[in-house]
Design a binder for this molecule. Structure first.
Ligand code: URA
Length: 176
């Protein structure tokens, strides 16, 4: 069975397209989001809707091209009505995400928002406590910088400054 035929969780029957992720397979920087939304499910590409346009700006502000980094999600199929993926769905999709991290072996992982940060770091701590602090990815020892999700920034402009501070820490680390 290929990933494109995956039927191992309840999200499968509702998807139009499986959104695996895209970017440089040798990226130094890996962004992990939550899961495909409406636009992503339609196009088969991660972060192509409004949140994606903001992520593009964040990547550019860091001095990178989108094609230089890698962009993935915790779940590869769209949750109905953009609800958070359940623990069962995250667990079912986890081997694919772990495979991406192991294949890319990035120098830094940025987790975008609560779902990605909690899933990758295997914690239920709040995003407000997680964000802005380096944490190691369990087992591989890759530094993870959790920050707020770009969709949250679109709703609350006050989050822009903390996100930019978090991204500057990432830039510092990648410069070294
Ligand atoms: N939000 C996400 O978390 N991921 C996407 O791919 C698009 C929007």
């Amino acid at each position: 069975t290929t990933l494109g035929e995956c039927m191992r969780c309840p999200l499968a029957p509702g998807r139009n397209t499986l959104v695996f992720g895209e970017g440089n397979p040798e990226a130094r920087l890996l962004f992990i989001g939550e899961g495909p939304g409406f636009h992503e499910d339609k196009q088969g590409r991660p972060f192509v809707g409004p949140a994606g346009q903001l992520l593009d700006k964040m990547i550019a502000a860091m001095g990178y091209q989108r094609s230089e980094v890698y962009i993935a999600n915790v779940v590869k199929c769209r949750p109905p009505d953009n609800r958070d993926p359940t623990q069962e769905e995250r667990y079912a999709c986890r081997p694919f995400l772990v495979g991406q991290i192991q294949a890319i072996q990035p120098e830094v992982i940025v987790t975008l928002g609560k779902v990605a940060s909690q899933t990758v770091l295997e914690t239920d701590a709040r995003i407000s406590r997680l964000r802005g602090r380096w944490t190691e990815y369990p087992r591989l020892g890759i530094p993870v910088m959790p920050t707020y999700h770009p969709a949250a920034l679109l709703r609350n402009a006050h989050l822009k400054r903390p996100v930019w501070e978090d991204l500057q820490k990432v830039m510092e680390t990648l410069k070294a």
